[in-house]
Design a protein around this ligand. Structure first.
Ligand code: DLL
Length: 434
């Protein structure tokens, strides 16, 4: 289902000229209305008249999360505050929140982005969408809600948590689609089994999952447990929320809604723009945004823009499933590792569950980093025989060593002993005082 074929299947040249017109307008708007951007552009020696083609975007300075924090709460507003109809916020890890402020037009774009996203998963007005993303300041809940409303589906705004009720609602209202974090979807399957319900019997058809890193293997687990299609969806608070990019029926990369949010990939070290197909940091410019527009926002998310055209008919470019973040990169004894790589390696071992916790610490004596990986053994493989568990532990340690090149200590833990989250799962505890 293509929600808006006029925009999503545009001839690439027409799309580029639309993006350029929008970019030019954006640069003029922020230069005139946002003192922060005027100063930033002046400092970089660029003026709005220097923007003569899309390539000139590279002349503009980046915006970082720190810029958003130092201008909190309203320092990046590009319209009078009476134009703002809603705000959202994410707390991040350092405590100072990052906000997004929307005008009515920004809300329309958000609804549009999410309507396209849900349609990518095949949703129509005939669907019953159970929305288990958290409602409130987090963009997941209301974002999915607005999108579902736009396509005219029946929404069950249950929010995250209350797992037994989720399962009852799925059964009673015959939900066809679920929206939540991938880890919560797996947890709900586990609870269903405990309650004697086979999740695959509930009749769901699909789900839109995002807001946290997950892997291809985790997709397979979810699809198998629920007998559904699991679609990857991407977005971030600073850039409106979910709806920025989404998977279509091909399930191979996420279409960027690039008529609204323009993507670039840069080398995170040098800041240089990389060609399509090369992996780097995703940078987004909000070309239609009115409330808190951002120029070249460094997302810290690592992906690549995929080459070639998608079989679904959309012409918007796709980004690859996220590889990780530049800032959750764990540097362990000099080796760069993303938690997603550990997850990936783990999922090839059938005796363990996709629930894990990475604990990093530094020895006071040797000053060397130590990693302890807590892994849940699945109930069938769990055994009281120390020898069996020892063999499994050695197997995991050897797999990690060969796939990631580091030695880590594995601790096998009982099924269901790692804390579950109804929102974003916490996978890493870094105790090093770096
Ligand atoms: O998580 C928005 C969202 C809600 C996206 C619901 C998808 C579904 P934030 O809380 O600001 O916003 O977190 C944004 O989460 O920069 C990524 O690092 C990560 N993230 C989001 N989607 C994905 C995904 C929402 N599909 C941050 N895969 C982003 C991996 C994701 N990571």
């Amino acid at each position: 289902m293509i929600w808006n074929s006029k925009s999503e299947c545009m001839n690439p040249e027409a799309l580029r000229s639309l993006q350029f017109a929008r970019l030019k307008n954006l640069v003029e708007r922020v230069y005139t209305n946002v003192p922060f951007y005027r100063a930033k552009l002046d400092e970089a020696g660029v003026s709005p008249t220097d923007i003569k083609s899309l390539d000139d975007l590279a002349k503009l300075p980046f915006t970082t999360k720190d810029d958003l924090r130092t201008t909190y709460p309203y320092g990046l507003l590009a319209v009078p505050q009476c134009e703002i109809v809603e705000i959202h916020m994410s707390s991040g890890t350092t405590g100072t929140p990052v906000i997004d402020a929307y005008t009515q037009r920004d809300m329309d774009d958000w609804c549009e982005g999410m309507a396209r996203t849900l349609s990518g998963a095949g949703a129509t007005r005939n669907d019953t969408i159970q929305n288990a993303y958290g409602y409130g300041l987090f963009t997941g809940g209301l974002g999915a809600h607005y999108g579902a409303q736009r396509i005219g589906a029946t929404i069950i705004p249950v929010s995250s948590g209350n797992t037994e009720k989720q399962l009852v609602l799925m059964r009673d209202f015959k939900s066809t689609l679920v929206t939540c974090t991938p880890s919560y979807m797996l947890y709900m399957a586990e609870r269903a089994h405990e309650m004697g319900i086979d999740p695959a019997s509930l009749g769901l058809r699909a789900g839109c999952f995002g807001a946290e890193p997950w892997s291809e293997n985790m997709r397979r687990e979810i699809e198998k447990a629920w007998n559904i299609k699991a679609y990857d969806i991407y977005g971030l608070t600073e850039i409106t929320g979910p709806g920025v990019a989404f998977e279509c029926a091909e399930q191979d990369g996420m279409h960027m809604n690039e008529d609204l949010w323009y993507p670039e990939i840069i080398d995170p070290e040098t800041g240089k723009v990389l060609p399509d197909g090369k992996k780097g940091e995703l940078v987004i410019t909000t070309i239609t945004k009115e409330g808190t527009p951002l120029i070249r926002y460094r997302t810290r998310d690592i992906t690549l823009i995929m080459k070639g055209q998608c079989g679904c008919g959309r012409t918007t470019r796709k980004i690859h499933r996220l590889f990780g973040r530049t800032d959750d990169l764990l540097v362990i004894r000099g080796v760069n590792i993303f938690p997603s790589q550990i997850e990936h390696a783990l999922m090839d071992i059938p005796q363990v569950e996709p629930n894990y916790l990475i604990i990093v610490d530094r020895s006071e004596k040797t000053h060397l980093d130590n990693v302890e990986l807590h892994v849940e053994v699945n109930p069938e493989a769990f055994s009281d025989e120390t020898k069996d568990m020892e063999t499994l532990r050695n197997l995991i340690e050897a797999t990690m060593k060969s796939k990631l090149g580091i030695s880590l200590k594995v601790k096998l833990v009982e099924p269901k002993s790692i804390e579950r989250s109804t929102g974003k799962a916490k996978r890493v505890i870094d105790k090093r005082q770096l």
